[in-house]
Ligand binder design. Sequence first.
Ligand code: FE2
Ligand code: FE2
Length: 254
Amino acid sequence: MRNIKLFESETHKFILLNESEPGEEDGVRSNQYLVVHEGSGVLLDPGGFGVMPRVLAEMLRYLNPDQIRGIMLSHQDPDIVGGLSTWLELIKAPVYVSRIWMRFLPHYGLKDMSRFVGVPDQGMDCEVAPGFTLKIVPAHFLHSEGQINVYDSISKILFSGDIGAAMLPMDKNDAYVDDFKSHLPFIDGFHRRYMCSNKAIRCWLETISGLEIDMIAPQHGPVYRGAAVREFLDWLRDLQCGVDLMRSGGRFSA
Ligand SMILES: [Fe+2]
Ligand SMILES: [Fe+2]
């Protein structure tokens, strides 16, 4: 799946640039997104080292590196930050990440932290260019202790990081979730083990309850749209996961 415009108007686009394929990353397949508004762009979770050339090639169809006004990292995992030092040689824009990960990022070989913006726990509205504001929404402990989502009020797309992430078999690469029931087997195990607790889920649901959401765009797997948005959120509301299920001896109850 490459270069899918999730939203497009004359002045604004929300694009799934690339879903990495087997061989590009020796790990889980991941999505990288670009939001474009009147000649300015923001990259969301630009990805690990292996996917960088392909993501850059797709990005260049829309914008040059000097038109990128920000990079937003949902959290600190290597499938998100692994390619960042190379990106920062091309892009001279601020990088937004939860404040709690700032001190750990130099271990990815990032020498200059002066361009990093530590996002406060409550999130922030971020005016990346005149008339182009993205809302950084807290999603802590889902799964990372300092996780952020990004909401674009023009496209009404919520970039959700690992929330809603699907672990699809290699022969499956649908762009969208249209039938939530058949999608459930690909998200169930991941969310039970990687998401921290139902309390964290409930906090997040309350946080996003005022947002009008047409699509939920995760960092892995297909994008939720239509009825699947509500069905996913309803499923999540009652999910027991992480520490809810944790028992002694490293066991998790079903
Ligand atoms: Fe993650
Ligand atoms: Fe991830």
